[in-house]
Design a protein around this ligand. Structure first.
Ligand code: SF4
Length: 319
């Protein structure tokens, strides 16, 4: 097994998917949306152009190498740095996974391109398709998801409904709730009603447990999420990862990141580079470290740096 891949990463621990091998099909922050809650920061390439961003051949070569080296995971997930359905050949990646391994495949998507029959056809090759829907109309779509100007919310929802009718595999919906933005019960009911029309197999509620793109985005508590869950049909499951759920490997990585930040503040990109980790994985660790108050964010020249929080004792020792 190669130690460093360009398009596959992990397996990373995930509450929904156990140990999940990620396959990243687009360059960093290439997305049709620019969600205010995105844990990867603001979108740098907002597009609806579908093309072969990463050569299919190189993705398949990496997957082959990983599988031949007896790589194990609970799921193989198309996810990562942006919207995977923008890759014009993502369906072929899914078909390849199905033909080469029994590990189930997952497509994590924002669903914005499901109005295109070719996207629905390609997505149908996934064992699980998980689609995010967190608003109920175009106005809120613009406010929360900041879409590409050519995207129309009703057309997207219609595309997702069509997909449900055509596809017999599992469809899960994830709703991202932002305190004070889409969380008053009447609004949550609107989202719930819209999702009911899609007839998903499962519904997941998530909130900003990792650093979001915009500072005004704040998380709901676990209790608040559990209170809203019965408004959905079927009743939603709260999947917001409030507690670190780390393997010993994950714990090792967290400790190593803290040790590095003790020496000097770093950006997420620098941490990724230093540990040979995908940015997604880095943000997962940083989210846990921020939540447990071990590190803090400092903004400098438009960049976000992470550094270790000093105790009062340490601060006075340096004065
Ligand atoms: S959360 Fe997903 S859909 Fe939204 S901007 Fe980030 S990558 Fe794109």
């Amino acid at each position: 097994m190669k130690t460093k891949y360009k398009t596959i990463f992990g397996p990373v621990p995930s509450r929904r998917f156990g140990r999940s091998l990620g396959v990243d099909l687009v360059p960093f922050k290439t997305c049709s949306l620019d969600c205010v809650f995105c844990q990867l920061g603001r979108t740098t390439d907002k597009t609806i152009t579908r093309k072969e961003y990463i050569l299919l051949q190189s993705v398949l070569e990496e997957l082959t190498d990983w599988l031949d080296s007896e790589g194990t995971a609970d799921y193989i997930t198309l996810s990562g740095s942006g919207e995977p359905t923008l890759h014009s050949r993502f369906g072929e990646v899914l078909q390849f996974i199905t033909s080469k391994t029994k590990i189930p495949s997952v497509l994590l998507t924002n669903g914005t391109l499901f109005y295109l029959p070719e996207v629905r056809e390609a997505a149908a090759h996934a064992d699980v398709v998980k689609i995010s829907i967190s608003v109920w109309d175009q106005t809120y779509f613009q406010h929360v998801n900041r879409p590409h100007p050519k995207l129309d919310f009703d057309k997207i929802v219609e595309g997702i409904r069509l997909f449900r009718n055509e596809h017999h595999g599992k469809i899960w919906i994830e709703v991202f709730l932002i305190d004070g933005v889409n969380t008053i019960p009447a609004d949550v009911e609107r989202i719930a009603q819209l999702i009911e029309g899609v007839r998903p197999d499962r519904i997941h509620l998530n909130t900003a447990v990792r650093p979001p793109a915009e500072d005004f985005v704040t998380a709901l508590s676990n209790r608040e999420l559990n209170k809203l869950a019965p408004l959905f049909h079927p009743t939603a499951e709260v999947i917001a990862d409030f507690h670190a759920d780390l393997t010993s490997h994950g714990q090792f990585n967290e400790n190593a990141i803290v040790a590095m930040l003790q020496r000097r503040p770093c950006t997420a990109e620098q941490i990724s580079k230093a540990f040979g980790m995908h940015l997604n994985e880095t943000f997962k660790y940083l989210g846990d470290l921020l939540r447990t108050n071990q590190v803090m964010e400092v903004k400098k020249n438009q960049n976000k740096f992470y550094c270790v929080k000093k105790t009062k004792r340490e601060q006075s020792a340096h004065q």
